[in-house]
Design a protein around this ligand. Structure first.
Ligand SMILES: [Mg+2]
Length: 349
C-alpha cells in the first residue's frame, strides 16, 4: 500500500532545509573545501563551540521566503506580484546579496521594466530561491516549468539561470511525492530532470543535460565526495569566469550549472542522513551558503520537517516566520490542488 504523504510536513521541511543550509554554509563562503576542513576535525563540535558564527541566514533564505510570499499573495505565479515582493527584499535589508539579484532588483525598484533591469548573469541566484515553486506546483509540472522560467528571467536573462531553476524546482516536486523513508529510483529522478529541460534546444541545454548524466553516473558509482566536488565545482564555467587558481580543487563556482551539479551530487550521495548531508553541503567550498541552501531544500523536501534534528532547527533565526510562510503556502496549495486526491496524477503532465 502506498504511504500517504504529509505535504504540510514536506513544505515546512523544504523551507527549513533552505534556512539551515544557508545558515551553516555562510561562514565558509569563499573558502576552498580544503581550507574549511582544516579548521576542525569534527564539524558538530565546531558548531557547538562557535554558535556565534552561525547566527543568521542570508539572501538565499530571504529570497526563498519572498518567493513563497509572492506565490501566496498572487495565488500562484504572477509577474507583478513577484516583482513587488522582490523589491520588498531591499528593505529586509539584503544579507550577503549576489550581484545578479541585487543589481537587477535595485533597477526594478527604480521603475525600470524587468526586461531591461534583468542582469545577463548565469549565476545561481535564480536557483537559490526556487524551492517554493517546486512545492506549490508539484502537481502541475507545466505550470512549474513556466513559473520557474518566468521568475528567473526577472533577474537573470542567461539561459543557465532558468535551466538550473527548472531542474531544482522539478527535483523538489519529485521529492515531496516520496515518503520520507521510502527509497526512490535514481533513474526515474534523472529521467524527470532531463526531460524537464528538453525544451531548451541550445548549447547550454545540451551542456546541462550532459552534466545531469554525469552527476547520475557519479552517484551510481559511489564516487567519493572529494572527487565529485573537484569534478563538478567549476563544471560549465567559461572564460573569463573560470578561476584558474581553483582548478583541481573543491571550490563551488557560483554559476548555476556548477552549483546545481554539486548540490544534487552531495544530496544524492548522503540523502540518508540529514546532518551528514547538511554538514558536507556547508563545507563544500566556494559558494557554500547557496550550495547548502539548495541541497538543504532537496533533503528537506525528501525527509520533511519531522525528520530534521531539533538542534539544527534551534539554530535558525525567525523560526516562527518561516513556519508561518510554509503553512500559508501549503494552505494556498491545498485550495488549488487538493493533495492526496487520487485524481492528481492526471494533472502531472
Ligand atoms: Mg547567500
Amino acid at each position: 500500500m502506498k504511504v500517504k504523504i504529509d505535504y504540510l510536513d514536506k513544505f515546512r521541511g523544504t523551507l527549513f532545509g533552505v534556512a539551515i543550509g544557508d545558515t551553516l554554509g555562510h561562514p565558509f563562503e569563499g573558502q576552498t573545501r580544503a581550507h574549511v576542513l582544516s579548521r576542525f576535525s569534527n564539524f558538530e563540535q565546531f558548531l557547538q563551540n562557535n554558535k556565534f558564527l552561525f547566527n543568521t541566514y542570508t539572501d538565499d533564505t530571504q529570497l526563498t521566503l519572498h518567493t513563497a510570499q509572492a506565490l501566496i499573495n498572487g495565488d500562484g505565479f504572477d509577474l507583478k506580484t513577484f516583482i513587488k515582493e522582490y523589491i520588498k527584499w531591499l528593505e529586509d535589508p539584503p544579507i550577503g546579496p549576489g550581484y545578479g539579484c541585487y543589481s537587477s532588483i535595485r533597477k526594478l525598484k527604480q521603475g525600470i521594466d524587468w526586461k531591461q533591469a534583468a542582469s545577463h548573469s548565469g549565476g545561481n541566484g535564480t536557483v537559490m530561491r526556487i524551492a517554493p515553486i517546486g512545492l506549490f506546483y508539484n502537481k502541475s509540472l507545466m505550470e512549474l516549468k513556466n513559473a520557474a522560467i518566468q521568475s528567473s528571467k526577472i533577474t537573470h536573462l542567461h539561459p543557465a539561470g532558468e535551466l538550473g531553476a527548472v531542474i531544482i524546482a522539478r527535483a523538489i516536486a519529485f521529492l515531496v511525492n516520496i515518503a520520507p523513508k521510502e527509497n526512490f529510483s535514481l533513474e526515474r529522478l534523472f529521467e524527470e530532470l532531463i526531460s524537464s529541460i528538453n525544451y531548451a534546444q541550445n548549447d547550454i541545454g545540451d551542456e546541462f543535460r550532459q552534466v545531469l548524466k554525469e552527476v547520475h553516473a557519479s552517484v551510481a558509482m559511489n564516487l567519493s565526495l572529494e572527487a565529485g566536488l573537484i569534478k563538478f565545482s567549476q563544471i560549465g564555467v567559461k572564460k573569463p569566469y573560470f578561476i584558474e587558481e581553483f582548478m583541481g580543487k573543491a571550490f563551488v563556482h557560483p554559476y548555476a550549472m556548477s552549483t546545481v551539479a554539486c548540490a544534487l551530487f552531495i544530496f544524492l550521495s548522503l540523502k540518508d542522513s540529514f546532518k551528514r548531508c547538511l554538514y558536507e553541503l556547508a563545507t563544500s567550498g566556494g559558494d557554500t551558503d547557496t550550495v547548502a541552501a539548495i541541497g538543504g531544500s532537496l533533503i528537506g523536501a525528501y525527509k520533511g520537517f519531522n525528520e530534521i534534528p531539533a538542534d539544527l532547527i534551534d539554530l535558525i533565526r525567525d523560526k516562527k516566520k518561516i513556519l508561518k510562510i510554509a503553512d500559508e503556502l501549503y494552505a494556498k496549495y491545498c485550495q488549488k490542488y487538493s493533495p492526496n486526491n487520487d485524481n492528481i496524477q492526471s494533472l502531472r503532465k
